[in-house]
Design a protein around this ligand. Structure first.
Ligand code: SAH
Length: 252
């Protein structure tokens, strides 16, 4: 069944109405008719099977039939903090991190950032990222888009990690390997992953992260591009502690 996003306020209106591009898509491309069913979700975890009551060019009125319980959100909260990259790379990361079930995305400015966010365009950039994440949510059947923070300083990003129970700082220069990570005594529920910008982290940043309770981890002998590293560490966290395949820590 096709899935459509409805903002929470539209979901609670009576009857709920799908508008704009989605409404046109339902009528002219999918050629659905009154009585047909579809799925609507509001991005906060609410998801319903719904039936079309009536269709216009710009509006589709629906009736909510039954609440669905989505099983597509990870049991662990994963935050990926990313040293700021060029806009195109950031756009692509938003999509892929959403697909991988990452909960929160925290762009931050590191000392060796090549790209810097343009403050004047911050709301436009946020809108674009949110839209990309919603598109990915529709496609991958998640019920919530990424929570996206506005760009922080490196120190602010470290502060944001304080409520997490596993903090990892990825550094090609040294640190623990993954084998050590698997021996983590308690299963973490809130994981904070920190990946550097194209230029990497410097030693001062590394020291600051360790002071803030981060474990330094390396990902083997090859230097990955920042965006490759971001995807790799999200996959690894989801595999080791989340819902990607068999949970290896539950089945030693
Ligand atoms: N300073 C490097 C490249 C940085 S790669 C250089 O230009 O030589 C960008 C980010 O990806 C790093 O800051 C780190 O967080 C992550 N990364 C890439 N390869 C890694 C590896 N082998 N181990 C751990 N982290 C890695």
């Amino acid at each position: 069944m096709r899935r459509f996003f409805l903002p929470p306020e539209s979901m609670s209106s009576d009857p709920p109405v799908i508008e704009g591009q989605d409404a046109r898509h339902i009528g002219t491309v999918l050629r659905l008719v009154p009585g047909d069913t579809l799925v609507v979700f509001d991005g906060t975890g609410n998801e319903y099977k719904a039936q079309i009551l009536s269709l216009g060019d710009h509006q589709v009125r629906i009736r909510l039939l039954e609440r669905l319980v989505p099983h597509t959100e990870s049991p662990v909260e994963i935050t990926l903090a990313q040293g700021y990259l060029k806009d195109k790379k950031m756009d692509e990361l938003v999509r892929r991190l959403t697909e991988l079930g990452v909960t929160r995305w925290v762009p931050f400015i590191a000392r060796r950032c090549v790209a810097q966010p343009d403050a004047r365009r911050s709301s436009a950039r946020y809108e674009r990222w949110h839209k990309i994440s919603l598109e990915a949510v529709k496609q991958c059947r998640r019920s919530k888009p990424l929570v996206i923070e506005s760009p922080l300083s490196f120190e602010q990003a470290l502060q944001q990690a304080q409520s997490s129970d596993l903090r990892l700082f990825f550094w090609e220069t040294g640190g623990e390997d993954l084998a050590a990570l698997i021996k983590t005594p308690a299963k973490p529920m809130r994981i904070f992953l920190m990946v550097g910008p194209e230029g990497g982290f410097d030693a001062v940043e590394h020291d600051a992260a360790e002071i803030h309770g981060f474990r330094t981890v390396h990902l083997g002998p090859r230097i990955l591009r920042a965006e490759t590293a971001a995807l790799a560490v999200s996959v690894l966290a989801q595999y080791l502690f989340g819902d990607l395949g068999q949970n290896v820590l539950d089945n030693p």
